[in-house]
Every structure is written in C-alpha cells, then in structure tokens.
Design a protein around this ligand. Structure first.
Ligand SMILES: [Cu+2]
Length: 181
C-alpha cells in the first residue's frame, strides 16, 4: 500500500463532438449512396418503333454481371436489331423472351454443364420452336440479333451462364405500348 490517494485525472476533453461529426459524415455518405442508387434512368425516347423491314437499332452491353442499359426499353410489336457487345471478362449471353424461353435456356445450360471441371461443355441449345432470341458472346466479342417484341406477355432479359443469375445478371425490361395508328 502506498497510501496514494486517487487523484482525479485531468478531465480529458470529451470526444462526443468528434463522434457526432463522424456519425454525421456516415449519414451523409449513406444518403449520397442511397441517392445514387435511386437516380432514375434517363428517359428513353423512341421516335418510331421498329418494323421487320426497318428494325429499330438498340445497343446492349454485357458486363460482369449486368446488362446496360437498364431498363431495356422495348415497344410491343416492334422489331429491334440489337447490337450486343460483351464488355465483361466473362462469357455472357443475352436471352430475350418469356418465362418459357428463359426456362429452356436455363435447362440447356444445366444439361451442357460438364460434370468434370476440365470436361468441355457442349454448346447450350434449345429446340427450334422455343422462340425468343439469344446470343452468347465471349469477352470482347460483339454480335447482332433481331427480336420481335410480343404484343402481349412478359419479356425478360437474362444471362443463363451458370452462376450469373445468382450474381444478379437479370435485366430490367420496360415494355411500352405501341402507338395505336
Ligand atoms: Cu453472364
């Protein structure tokens, strides 16, 4: 026992203001991130829906793991000529069509996926009557496909390369009604 009495230590300056500042910055950053997430996509103006004789030109970029632009704006009944480029590092595909089309490609990939890691997968394919449109591109490749938008029903855009849906590679599609002329 030293008999030393407890000497109150010099009162340290409160850190509360610093914490408040940090919390404030965190909230501000959160709001910025939230605002960016919610930034509406630029309005897409379609002067004239495409026809089979004159398909409307549309560009789509495949990325790891999303489609650009999003949403993909299509007019019911029109024919579009979609120039697709794979700007990602992975092989991607673009499958356009209803749930039946999507399921067919999902199944085709499942069947084509080799059981052994080094086995070569046969190219995925579906029966000719499935419909829809599909293009598969390696990294950096580009291609074109024509698609006539159905006058009713849903249209989805999905990449069914195994694992990519799980990574979020499901595009948004905005369907507009064609002008009643
Ligand atoms: Cu993909």
């Amino acid at each position: 026992m030293t008999g030393m009495s407890m000497v109150p230590s010099a009162r340290r300056p409160s850190r509360a203001p610093a914490y408040v500042t940090i919390a404030g910055l965190a909230v501000a950053l959160g709001l910025v991130v939230y605002a960016l997430r919610d930034t509406p996509a630029p309005v897409v103006v379609i002067d004239a829906p495409g026809t089979s004789a004159q398909p409307r030109a549309v560009n789509v970029i495949l990325r790891d793991y999303l489609f650009e632009p999003t949403p993909l704006v299509l007019v019911r009944g029109e024919t579009v000529r979609i120039a697709v480029i794979n700007g990602g590092l992975e092989t991607h595909e673009l499958v356009l069509g209803d749930a039946r089309v999507q399921q067919a490609w999902e199944s085709a990939h499942a069947a084509a996926t080799p059981p052994a890691p080094l086995a070569t997968a046969p190219p995925a394919s579906v029966p000719a009557d499935v419909g829809g449109a599909r293009i598969s591109l390696g990294s950096g490749q580009q291609g074109t496909l024509d698609y006539t938008v159905p006058v009713s029903g849903v249209v989805q855009v999905i990449c069914h390369v195994p694992g990519h849906v799980e990574q979020g590679m499901v595009g948004q599609v905005e369907l507009r009604e064609g002008e009643a002329e």
